[in-house]
Every structure is written in C-alpha cells, then in structure tokens.
Design a protein around this ligand. Structure first.
Ligand code: AMP
Ligand code: GLY
Length: 425
C-alpha cells in the first residue's frame, strides 16, 4: 500500500513509526514531516494546510490511503477534496470537523443529541459576556470559540482575570478563532482523553490516556497543547469506558451522521469524570498530541488495517485492537517560553543516541541546521517516550532518557503521571 501521512508533529512521528512497521506498507510519504521521521519514509515539503498540493501528491503517488494528523487540514476540507477525488482518507470531512473547530457548534450539537456537557453561553460582545459572569459560579471557564492550539482556554476564580480573558479573546488575541467567546460551567472531577474510531457507521473504542495541559509542575502555569501523557490511565475503569461509549462517542457518531456528515477517522473525547458520569469537555477530530504517542507505544496489532477500515467503511470486519500489558509514559520537552513565546533555534544534542530498551524519542518542532545539528523549531520540540512492565518503571526510563539529552534551552515537567502515582499504580 502507498500511504500519505499529513502533519509534522510528535503525533505524526508516532503514527509514522507505527505505519512504517506494517508489512502492508510499500511506500510511506509524509507531508511535510520532520527530521525525526526522515528514516521512516519519504518527506515532501507540502504543508498540512496546502490542500490542493496534498490532493495532487496523493494522486501522483496513487495513494491507497491518506492519513490526516492535524485538525488544521480537517478544517480546510482535505477529506472533502480527497473524497471527491475518490481517495480513501482517515480523517473527517470539514462539516464533521466542526466538532473541534467550533466550540459553539459542538455545544449546540450536544444539546441537539443529548450529550452530557457543561452548561454554557456564547457571546460576540465583551460587555454582555462580562456581565454574564454573574450567572456562573467561580472558577470561571472562558474559551475562544475556534481553534487556538489548546491555548484559548482560561480557568480562573479571579473575576478581573476572567474579564481580561474575555477582552483578549474578543479583542483579537486568537484572530478569527476569537470572534465569539464561550463561558462554561466549571466541571468538578478528573479529566481524561478517550479515542474512538468510526468508519461512517460502525464505531470501535480505541483506548484512553491522560494528558497534563498546564505548562509547569503541580498543574500550574498556562494551558498548553499538552506536556506529557501516560497510558493506561487508571481513571478509565471499564465502567467509565462503557459510559463514554454509550453517552458520548456513539451518540456523537450517530448525531453527526444524521446531520449528513458521517464520521471517518478518530474522535478524541476529552471528558471530565464527574460524580454524575462522564461529561464532555471538548471533542477533537484527530488523535491527541501527545496522547497518540503513548497509544502507539502500547499498540500491538498493526495500525494500518484500522486506519483503512475507517476510511473505507469496513471497521466492523476488524477484531478489537490488541494492546501491550506494559505502561507507557511520554514527557514533552518544550522550548523555553512555550506556550506564549517559545525561543527557537537552540541546539539539541544527544537526541538520537541509543537510550536502551523501551525508549523511543519522537520529534515535534525540530529542524536540521546546515551542519546537520538538531535545532528547536517550535514550542513542543521532543517527546521522550518509554514503555515498561510497570508505570513506575516506564516513568523512570523516560526521565532517565530526558536527563541524557543535552538541551539547556528546553524545559519539561517532572511530575508526568502524578495522578497514577498518587493512586499507587
Ligand atoms: P480545552 O482546551 O477545552 O481542553 O481546555 C483546557 C483545559 O481546561 C482542560 O484540559 C481542563 O483542564 C480545563 N477545562 C476546560 N473546560 C473545563 C470545564 N468546563 N470545567 C473544568 N475544567 C475545564
Ligand atoms: N493533548 C491534547 C490535544 O491534543 O489536544
């Protein structure tokens, strides 16, 4: 099979690593990919947002399957264009993609189809939004409506900070993503990331993980795209997984199909496990980054037939995926200043050494300089991942590898997996 993988982050490196290991694959092209992915196939210099060039590339290489990594390509209608060209695609059409690209759409969708989520109000003017804070009990939850790379959310009990967040969003801090602001009820509970596949009709539960969204240890600092993950996450008891399936994933797939946009790809259900069961925090229309990294590390069965099954409506022919019994941990190394203003360009040494058994380092925002040196080229730069028989051992392996990488201009959290540690798993 010829596969075109779209994207360039740690998520895509992890997907490429798993796809390249499949005996079904003859050719893997990655657009644009990153230096860490180069050894797994061919890199082509096409951005994930250049839909016309991606479709042309898929045609030229007679792609049997296109796998969309990031939401930006979904929002721009890459799947729609590929569908029109008759090329199977893992990743939903833009209409279904609104489940991530518009929080206001998703809130109304939840109301239409009876999915449990936080109460909310949407505003396009600052004055009534600020006044409406009176109707919410602190902590206040304030979100930009559109895509803001995980950074458009403020959770605060400070009224002045809440009002400033409203002003920032409607004042253009997030560009078009901030044309509207969503105020939400604060949900009490433990947060988790769950992934469900769908082929337009049939659904398959894929697995869960837990991420750490705040930049610094102890869940402090600004919200980020995610600073580290682990799986399996003890929060996902079989009871919770069942509730996520019946109350959130399956109704979402049925709902979006009934609205004329059958879902083909992976739905990322970010949920709060509350005393009343799971409530939706948000949907994403792609794998999580860095959740994908730990899922791929633990996955035993070939990924490609499942991606193809979603793209071609044959998921119901597939057995449930097999997972390793081992635990996996991912620690994100980020450039100083992330998420506000990451300093790029610094030299990273030792990222490609042999870290020993069970350790894999995925690249995210990296580039090679003229001398072949590895440089930081984004906010989140490397994902140091490890697998081992226990969570503790996986964590120890990951942090030993982090310590062996020489990058003074980077930072990372030292408490990835604290919830699992606190439970003593
Ligand atoms: P999001 O970008 O929607 O995933 O939000 C970022 C983070 O803010 C989440 O990971 C949660 O920790 C927190 N958050 C978002 N919405 C809520 C909510 N309604 N109640 C409590 N915490 C929330
Ligand atoms: N790690 C959370 C996300 O991918 O949105």
């Amino acid at each position: 099979m010829n596969i075109l993988l779209v994207g360039s982050g740690g998520r895509e490196h992890a997907l490429a690593w798993k796809i390249a290991a499949s005996p079904l694959v003859t050719r893997l092209v990655m657009a644009p990919g990153n230096p860490g992915m180069a050894s797994l196939g061919e890199l082509v210099a096409i951005k994930a947002t250049d839909v016309a060039a991606l479709v042309a590339q898929a045609r030229a290489m007679a792609a049997d399957l296109v796998v969309i990594g990031p939401e930006s390509a979904v929002e721009l209608g890459l799947a729609d264009q590929l569908q029109a060209a008759g090329i199977p695609c893992f990743g939903p059409v833009a209409q279904a993609g609104q489940l991530e690209t518009s929080k206001a759409f998703t809130k109304a969708f939840c109301a239409r189809h009876g999915l449990p989520t936080a109460a909310y109000r949407v505003f396009d003017q600052a004055e009534p939004a600020r006044a409406a804070l009176d109707d919410f009990t602190p902590p206040y939850v304030i979100k930009a409506d559109g895509l803001a790379a995980g950074k458009g959310v403020t959770v605060t009990s400070d009224r002045a900070e809440a009002e400033a967040a409203i002003d920032d969003i409607l004042g253009g801090k997030f560009g078009g993503a901030g044309a509207r602001v969503v105020l939400e009820e604060f949900l009490e509970g433990e947060i988790g990331s769950f992934f469900a596949l769908c082929d337009g009709q049939s659904a398959m539960m894929f697995g869960g993980a837990q991420d750490h969204k705040r930049a610094f240890d102890g869940e402090t600092g600004p919200n980020t795209g995610g600073m580290g993950t682990y799986a399996p996450a003890p929060v996902f008891t079989s009871e919770l997984v069942d509730q996520v399936r019946t109350r959130l994933a399956e109704p979402a797939f049925a709902g979006i199909a009934s609205e004329g946009a059958p879902y083909r790809g992976v739905l990322f259900v970010e949920l709060m496990a509350t005393a009343d069961g799971p409530k939706l925090v948000e949907f994403n229309v792609r794998f999580g980054d860095p959740e994908c990294q730990v899922l791929m590390l633990r996955r035993k069965s070939d990924l490609v037939p499942y991606l193809m099954g979603c793209a071609t409506g044959t998921l119901d022919h597939m057995p449930p995926p097999e997972w390793s019994d081992e635990a996996a941990v991912c620690v994100v190394l980020a450039a100083r200043g992330y998420p506000e203003a990451p300093e790029t360009g610094s030299l990273i040494q030792g990222a490609d050494q042999d870290f020993g058994e069970g350790v894999v380092v995925f690249h995210a925002g990296t580039r090679l300089d003229e001398a072949g040196g590895l440089r930081a080229a984004g906010g989140r730069v490397l994902n140091v991942c490890a697998r081992a028989a226990s969570f503790e051992a996986a964590r120890a392996r990951a942090y030993a590898a982090v310590a062996a990488i020489d990058w003074p201009e980077g930072f990372h959290r030292t408490d990835i997996g604290w919830r699992a540690m606190a439970r003593g798993t």
